[in-house]
Design a protein around this ligand. Structure first.
Ligand code: OSB
Ligand code: MG
Length: 368
Protein backbone atom coordinates (compact mmCIF):
# COMPACT_ATOMS: atom_id res chain seq x y z
CA UNK A 1 0.00 0.00 0.00
CA UNK A 2 1.11 3.52 -0.77
CA UNK A 3 1.14 6.34 1.78
CA UNK A 4 0.27 9.45 -0.17
CA UNK A 5 -0.44 12.10 2.44
CA UNK A 6 -0.64 12.73 6.15
CA UNK A 7 -2.76 14.97 8.30
CA UNK A 8 -1.98 16.08 11.84
CA UNK A 9 -4.51 17.33 14.37
CA UNK A 10 -4.08 18.43 17.96
CA UNK A 11 -7.31 18.67 19.93
CA UNK A 12 -7.89 19.58 23.58
CA UNK A 13 -10.70 17.67 25.28
CA UNK A 14 -12.11 18.51 28.74
CA UNK A 15 -12.16 15.43 31.01
CA UNK A 16 -15.47 14.68 32.72
CA UNK A 17 -13.64 13.80 35.95
CA UNK A 18 -10.72 15.23 37.86
CA UNK A 19 -7.91 12.68 37.52
CA UNK A 20 -5.37 12.84 40.34
CA UNK A 21 -2.29 10.62 40.31
CA UNK A 22 1.09 10.76 42.01
CA UNK A 23 2.08 13.16 39.16
CA UNK A 24 -0.62 15.72 39.95
CA UNK A 25 -4.13 16.62 38.81
CA UNK A 26 -5.43 16.41 35.24
CA UNK A 27 -8.68 18.02 34.05
CA UNK A 28 -8.22 17.93 30.29
CA UNK A 29 -6.41 15.87 27.67
CA UNK A 30 -4.44 17.16 24.71
CA UNK A 31 -4.75 14.59 21.93
CA UNK A 32 -2.44 14.46 18.92
CA UNK A 33 -3.94 12.57 15.97
CA UNK A 34 -2.20 11.36 12.81
CA UNK A 35 -4.05 10.35 9.65
CA UNK A 36 -2.20 8.48 6.90
CA UNK A 37 -3.91 8.47 3.50
CA UNK A 38 -3.49 6.12 0.56
CA UNK A 39 -5.42 3.76 -1.71
CA UNK A 40 -8.41 6.10 -1.27
CA UNK A 41 -8.55 5.20 2.44
CA UNK A 42 -7.42 6.65 5.76
CA UNK A 43 -5.69 5.12 8.77
CA UNK A 44 -5.83 7.03 12.06
CA UNK A 45 -3.75 6.88 15.24
CA UNK A 46 -3.46 8.80 18.49
CA UNK A 47 -0.28 9.73 20.34
CA UNK A 48 -0.06 8.95 24.06
CA UNK A 49 2.68 11.44 24.89
CA UNK A 50 1.65 14.40 27.03
CA UNK A 51 2.49 18.12 27.10
CA UNK A 52 5.13 17.59 29.78
CA UNK A 53 7.48 14.60 30.19
CA UNK A 54 5.94 13.32 33.45
CA UNK A 55 4.94 9.74 32.69
CA UNK A 56 7.88 9.10 30.36
CA UNK A 57 10.28 11.38 28.51
CA UNK A 58 8.33 12.14 25.34
CA UNK A 59 6.28 15.28 24.75
CA UNK A 60 3.68 16.41 22.23
CA UNK A 61 5.90 19.22 20.96
CA UNK A 62 8.76 16.76 20.45
CA UNK A 63 6.49 14.33 18.63
CA UNK A 64 5.18 17.03 16.29
CA UNK A 65 8.73 18.01 15.42
CA UNK A 66 9.77 14.41 14.74
CA UNK A 67 6.66 13.64 12.69
CA UNK A 68 7.01 16.75 10.52
CA UNK A 69 10.75 16.86 10.04
CA UNK A 70 12.00 13.30 10.44
CA UNK A 71 9.39 10.51 10.32
CA UNK A 72 6.77 11.60 7.77
CA UNK A 73 9.38 12.53 5.12
CA UNK A 74 10.58 8.90 5.38
CA UNK A 75 7.19 7.37 4.61
CA UNK A 76 5.29 9.84 2.39
CA UNK A 77 5.17 8.86 -1.28
CA UNK A 78 6.47 5.36 -0.56
CA UNK A 79 4.87 1.95 -1.03
CA UNK A 80 5.04 -0.64 1.75
CA UNK A 81 4.28 -4.36 1.88
CA UNK A 82 2.87 -4.16 5.43
CA UNK A 83 3.01 -2.00 8.60
CA UNK A 84 6.20 -3.70 9.80
CA UNK A 85 7.90 -2.32 6.68
CA UNK A 86 6.67 1.15 7.67
CA UNK A 87 8.17 0.62 11.09
CA UNK A 88 11.43 -0.58 9.50
CA UNK A 89 11.60 2.75 7.63
CA UNK A 90 11.84 4.40 11.09
CA UNK A 91 13.97 1.62 12.54
CA UNK A 92 17.25 3.51 12.52
CA UNK A 93 15.92 6.05 15.00
CA UNK A 94 16.43 5.67 18.72
CA UNK A 95 13.70 5.84 21.34
CA UNK A 96 10.77 8.19 20.75
CA UNK A 97 8.52 5.16 20.59
CA UNK A 98 5.34 7.08 21.32
CA UNK A 99 5.94 9.29 18.28
CA UNK A 100 6.93 6.32 16.10
CA UNK A 101 3.85 4.43 17.29
CA UNK A 102 1.61 7.11 15.78
CA UNK A 103 2.98 6.31 12.31
CA UNK A 104 2.99 2.56 12.85
CA UNK A 105 -0.54 2.42 14.29
CA UNK A 106 -2.00 4.62 11.55
CA UNK A 107 -0.28 2.31 9.03
CA UNK A 108 -1.89 -0.77 10.64
CA UNK A 109 -5.32 0.85 10.47
CA UNK A 110 -4.78 1.87 6.83
CA UNK A 111 -3.42 -1.56 5.85
CA UNK A 112 -6.28 -3.40 7.59
CA UNK A 113 -8.73 -1.16 5.74
CA UNK A 114 -7.11 -1.90 2.37
CA UNK A 115 -7.56 -5.62 3.19
CA UNK A 116 -11.09 -5.11 4.53
CA UNK A 117 -10.18 -6.91 7.76
CA UNK A 118 -10.57 -5.88 11.43
CA UNK A 119 -7.28 -4.80 13.00
CA UNK A 120 -7.58 -7.33 15.84
CA UNK A 121 -7.88 -10.31 13.46
CA UNK A 122 -4.91 -9.07 11.49
CA UNK A 123 -2.87 -9.00 14.72
CA UNK A 124 -3.94 -12.56 15.48
CA UNK A 125 -6.70 -11.85 18.00
CA UNK A 126 -9.96 -13.76 18.02
CA UNK A 127 -12.14 -12.18 20.71
CA UNK A 128 -15.24 -10.18 19.84
CA UNK A 129 -15.32 -8.50 23.27
CA UNK A 130 -12.61 -7.85 25.85
CA UNK A 131 -12.71 -7.69 29.64
CA UNK A 132 -12.13 -4.21 31.06
CA UNK A 133 -11.63 -2.50 34.40
CA UNK A 134 -11.26 1.12 35.47
CA UNK A 135 -8.42 3.27 36.74
CA UNK A 136 -9.69 5.57 39.49
CA UNK A 137 -7.81 8.74 40.45
CA UNK A 138 -6.91 9.70 44.01
CA UNK A 139 -10.04 10.85 45.87
CA UNK A 140 -10.45 13.35 48.72
CA UNK A 141 -10.85 10.69 51.44
CA UNK A 142 -11.71 7.06 52.16
CA UNK A 143 -15.48 7.63 51.93
CA UNK A 144 -15.19 9.20 48.47
CA UNK A 145 -12.92 6.35 47.35
CA UNK A 146 -15.37 3.68 48.51
CA UNK A 147 -18.25 5.56 46.86
CA UNK A 148 -16.56 5.81 43.44
CA UNK A 149 -15.50 2.16 43.67
CA UNK A 150 -19.13 1.26 44.48
CA UNK A 151 -20.38 3.07 41.37
CA UNK A 152 -17.88 1.38 39.05
CA UNK A 153 -18.38 -2.08 40.57
CA UNK A 154 -22.12 -1.58 40.02
CA UNK A 155 -21.38 -0.83 36.34
CA UNK A 156 -19.78 -4.26 36.08
CA UNK A 157 -16.10 -3.33 35.66
CA UNK A 158 -13.97 -6.43 36.12
CA UNK A 159 -11.11 -4.79 38.00
CA UNK A 160 -10.69 -1.66 40.07
CA UNK A 161 -7.32 0.11 40.02
CA UNK A 162 -6.69 2.80 42.62
CA UNK A 163 -4.03 5.43 42.08
CA UNK A 164 -1.80 5.74 45.15
CA UNK A 165 1.05 7.98 46.32
CA UNK A 166 3.22 8.15 49.44
CA UNK A 167 0.89 9.12 52.29
CA UNK A 168 -2.20 7.80 50.45
CA UNK A 169 -1.78 4.09 49.89
CA UNK A 170 -2.81 1.70 52.66
CA UNK A 171 -5.72 3.95 53.73
CA UNK A 172 -7.78 3.77 50.49
CA UNK A 173 -6.90 0.10 49.94
CA UNK A 174 -7.99 -0.88 53.46
CA UNK A 175 -11.23 1.11 53.15
CA UNK A 176 -12.12 -0.47 49.81
CA UNK A 177 -11.25 -4.01 50.95
CA UNK A 178 -13.37 -3.66 54.09
CA UNK A 179 -16.38 -2.92 51.88
CA UNK A 180 -15.58 -5.14 48.86
CA UNK A 181 -13.87 -8.30 50.05
CA UNK A 182 -13.90 -10.09 46.70
CA UNK A 183 -13.35 -7.60 43.88
CA UNK A 184 -10.23 -7.75 41.72
CA UNK A 185 -8.30 -4.80 43.15
CA UNK A 186 -4.97 -3.26 42.10
CA UNK A 187 -2.98 -0.08 42.80
CA UNK A 188 -0.80 2.12 40.57
CA UNK A 189 1.90 4.37 42.05
CA UNK A 190 3.33 5.80 38.81
CA UNK A 191 6.91 5.58 40.12
CA UNK A 192 6.29 7.56 43.32
CA UNK A 193 8.17 5.26 45.74
CA UNK A 194 11.72 4.09 46.42
CA UNK A 195 13.13 1.02 48.17
CA UNK A 196 13.19 3.15 51.33
CA UNK A 197 9.37 2.75 51.33
CA UNK A 198 9.55 -1.06 51.51
CA UNK A 199 7.76 -1.28 54.89
CA UNK A 200 4.86 0.81 53.61
CA UNK A 201 4.61 -1.18 50.38
CA UNK A 202 4.85 -4.48 52.24
CA UNK A 203 1.76 -3.46 54.21
CA UNK A 204 -0.16 -3.73 50.91
CA UNK A 205 0.56 -7.49 50.91
CA UNK A 206 -2.32 -7.92 53.38
CA UNK A 207 -5.05 -6.84 50.93
CA UNK A 208 -5.03 -9.49 48.22
CA UNK A 209 -4.11 -7.10 45.40
CA UNK A 210 -3.76 -8.70 41.96
CA UNK A 211 -0.65 -6.57 41.46
CA UNK A 212 1.08 -3.32 42.45
CA UNK A 213 1.72 -1.28 39.29
CA UNK A 214 5.02 0.57 38.77
CA UNK A 215 5.88 1.48 42.37
CA UNK A 216 9.49 2.51 41.66
CA UNK A 217 11.43 4.66 39.19
CA UNK A 218 10.36 4.55 35.52
CA UNK A 219 13.80 3.36 34.41
CA UNK A 220 14.81 1.07 37.27
CA UNK A 221 14.31 -2.66 36.66
CA UNK A 222 16.95 -3.57 39.24
CA UNK A 223 15.19 -1.88 42.16
CA UNK A 224 11.88 -3.40 41.07
CA UNK A 225 13.53 -6.83 41.20
CA UNK A 226 14.77 -6.13 44.73
CA UNK A 227 11.32 -4.93 45.82
CA UNK A 228 9.67 -7.98 44.23
CA UNK A 229 11.89 -10.21 46.39
CA UNK A 230 10.62 -8.35 49.47
CA UNK A 231 6.89 -8.52 48.56
CA UNK A 232 4.37 -11.33 48.01
CA UNK A 233 2.10 -9.28 45.73
CA UNK A 234 3.22 -9.42 42.06
CA UNK A 235 4.59 -6.17 40.70
CA UNK A 236 3.26 -5.00 37.33
CA UNK A 237 5.58 -3.04 35.06
CA UNK A 238 4.16 -0.07 33.11
CA UNK A 239 6.56 2.89 32.63
CA UNK A 240 9.59 0.57 32.74
CA UNK A 241 8.69 -1.38 29.60
CA UNK A 242 9.24 0.52 26.36
CA UNK A 243 10.02 -2.54 24.24
CA UNK A 244 9.99 -6.33 24.06
CA UNK A 245 13.66 -6.25 25.12
CA UNK A 246 12.70 -4.28 28.24
CA UNK A 247 10.01 -6.88 28.97
CA UNK A 248 12.55 -9.70 28.57
CA UNK A 249 15.02 -7.98 30.90
CA UNK A 250 12.36 -7.17 33.50
CA UNK A 251 10.90 -10.68 33.53
CA UNK A 252 14.35 -12.32 33.51
CA UNK A 253 15.45 -10.16 36.46
CA UNK A 254 12.24 -10.83 38.38
CA UNK A 255 11.30 -7.13 38.35
CA UNK A 256 7.65 -8.13 38.26
CA UNK A 257 5.24 -10.85 37.31
CA UNK A 258 2.72 -8.92 35.20
CA UNK A 259 3.13 -6.52 32.27
CA UNK A 260 0.91 -3.57 31.38
CA UNK A 261 1.12 -3.21 27.59
CA UNK A 262 0.38 0.19 26.11
CA UNK A 263 0.63 0.06 22.35
CA UNK A 264 1.58 3.73 22.16
CA UNK A 265 4.31 3.41 24.80
CA UNK A 266 6.15 0.51 23.14
CA UNK A 267 6.17 1.85 19.57
CA UNK A 268 3.11 0.30 17.99
CA UNK A 269 1.16 -2.91 17.46
CA UNK A 270 4.01 -5.09 16.20
CA UNK A 271 6.17 -4.31 19.23
CA UNK A 272 3.15 -4.64 21.56
CA UNK A 273 2.60 -8.12 20.13
CA UNK A 274 6.28 -8.94 20.74
CA UNK A 275 5.93 -7.79 24.38
CA UNK A 276 2.86 -10.04 24.62
CA UNK A 277 4.84 -12.97 23.18
CA UNK A 278 7.79 -12.45 25.54
CA UNK A 279 5.42 -12.32 28.52
CA UNK A 280 3.71 -15.52 27.36
CA UNK A 281 7.10 -17.24 27.16
CA UNK A 282 7.71 -16.26 30.80
CA UNK A 283 4.18 -17.27 31.82
CA UNK A 284 3.43 -13.68 32.82
CA UNK A 285 -0.12 -12.38 32.30
CA UNK A 286 -0.51 -9.09 30.42
CA UNK A 287 -3.25 -6.50 30.17
CA UNK A 288 -3.80 -3.43 28.03
CA UNK A 289 -3.12 -0.14 29.78
CA UNK A 290 -4.72 3.20 29.02
CA UNK A 291 -3.53 6.79 28.73
CA UNK A 292 -6.92 8.54 28.91
CA UNK A 293 -7.22 8.09 25.15
CA UNK A 294 -9.87 9.51 22.90
CA UNK A 295 -11.92 7.07 20.85
CA UNK A 296 -9.11 6.58 18.33
CA UNK A 297 -6.53 5.30 20.81
CA UNK A 298 -9.23 3.44 22.70
CA UNK A 299 -10.24 1.51 19.54
CA UNK A 300 -6.59 0.55 18.91
CA UNK A 301 -6.33 -0.66 22.53
CA UNK A 302 -9.45 -2.80 22.19
CA UNK A 303 -8.16 -4.51 19.05
CA UNK A 304 -4.76 -5.22 20.66
CA UNK A 305 -6.55 -6.69 23.71
CA UNK A 306 -8.04 -9.47 21.55
CA UNK A 307 -4.68 -11.33 21.61
CA UNK A 308 -4.82 -14.47 23.78
CA UNK A 309 -2.24 -13.44 26.41
CA UNK A 310 -4.37 -10.50 27.56
CA UNK A 311 -5.85 -12.51 30.41
CA UNK A 312 -6.28 -9.67 32.92
CA UNK A 313 -8.87 -6.89 32.41
CA UNK A 314 -7.47 -3.73 30.80
CA UNK A 315 -7.91 0.02 31.40
CA UNK A 316 -10.13 0.61 28.35
CA UNK A 317 -13.34 1.64 30.10
CA UNK A 318 -16.30 3.31 28.36
CA UNK A 319 -15.42 6.43 26.37
CA UNK A 320 -18.47 8.20 27.85
CA UNK A 321 -16.74 8.17 31.26
CA UNK A 322 -14.13 10.54 29.88
CA UNK A 323 -15.70 12.75 27.21
CA UNK A 324 -18.86 14.74 26.62
CA UNK A 325 -18.00 14.62 22.90
CA UNK A 326 -15.51 12.09 21.53
CA UNK A 327 -13.43 12.47 18.34
CA UNK A 328 -15.15 9.44 16.71
CA UNK A 329 -18.72 8.84 15.60
CA UNK A 330 -19.09 5.47 17.33
CA UNK A 331 -19.77 4.92 21.03
CA UNK A 332 -17.23 2.67 22.77
CA UNK A 333 -19.23 1.45 25.74
CA UNK A 334 -18.54 -1.49 28.01
CA UNK A 335 -21.42 -3.48 29.37
CA UNK A 336 -21.01 -5.69 32.43
CA UNK A 337 -17.23 -5.14 32.13
CA UNK A 338 -17.10 -6.34 28.53
CA UNK A 339 -16.05 -3.95 25.76
CA UNK A 340 -17.26 -5.01 22.30
CA UNK A 341 -14.57 -4.98 19.61
CA UNK A 342 -15.71 -2.45 16.97
CA UNK A 343 -16.66 -4.38 13.83
CA UNK A 344 -15.59 -3.46 10.32
CA UNK A 345 -12.20 -2.97 8.67
CA UNK A 346 -9.26 -1.48 10.58
CA UNK A 347 -10.11 -0.08 14.00
CA UNK A 348 -13.77 -0.07 12.97
CA UNK A 349 -14.21 3.53 14.13
CA UNK A 350 -14.39 6.75 12.11
CA UNK A 351 -13.07 10.18 12.93
CA UNK A 352 -15.70 12.86 13.51
CA UNK A 353 -14.02 15.33 11.13
CA UNK A 354 -16.60 18.04 11.68
CA UNK A 355 -15.96 18.04 15.45
CA UNK A 356 -12.20 17.55 15.24
CA UNK A 357 -11.74 20.32 12.67
CA UNK A 358 -13.89 22.69 14.70
CA UNK A 359 -12.00 22.22 18.00
CA UNK A 360 -8.49 21.64 16.56
CA UNK A 361 -5.66 23.74 17.98
CA UNK A 362 -3.52 22.53 15.11
CA UNK A 363 -4.47 21.07 11.74
CA UNK A 364 -2.04 20.62 8.87
CA UNK A 365 -1.53 18.38 5.88
CA UNK A 366 1.72 16.95 4.47
CA UNK A 367 2.30 15.44 1.05
CA UNK A 368 5.24 13.65 -0.48
O1 OSB B 1 -0.13 4.79 34.66
O2 OSB B 1 -1.65 3.69 33.75
C1 OSB B 1 -1.15 4.77 33.99
C2 OSB B 1 -3.32 7.61 32.66
C3 OSB B 1 -2.36 8.47 32.18
C4 OSB B 1 -1.04 8.15 32.34
C5 OSB B 1 -0.67 6.95 32.96
C6 OSB B 1 -1.63 6.07 33.41
C7 OSB B 1 -2.98 6.42 33.30
C8 OSB B 1 -4.09 5.62 33.81
C9 OSB B 1 -5.42 5.86 33.18
O3 OSB B 1 -4.00 4.86 34.73
C10 OSB B 1 -5.99 4.70 32.45
C11 OSB B 1 -7.15 5.14 31.59
O4 OSB B 1 -8.26 5.26 32.11
O5 OSB B 1 -6.94 5.38 30.39
MG1 MG C 1 0.30 2.77 35.15
Amino acid sequence: FRIEAAELFVVRLPLKFRFETSFGVQTEKVVPLLILKGEGLEGVAEGVMELAPMYREETIAGALHLLRDVFLPRVLGRTFANPEAVNDALGTFRGNRMARAMVEMAAWDLWARTLGVPLGSLLGGRKTEVEVGVSLGIQADEAATVETVRQHVAQGYRRIKLKIKPGWDVQPVRAVRETFADIRLTVDANSAYTLADTVRLRALDDYNLTYIEQPLAWDDLVDHAELQRRLKTPLCLDESVASAQDARKGLALGSGGVVNIKVGRVGGHAEARRVHDVAQAFGAPVWCGGMLESGIGRAHNIHLSTLPGFTLPGDTSSASRYWETDVIHEALEAEDGLMPVPAGPGTGVTLNREFVTRVAELHEERRA
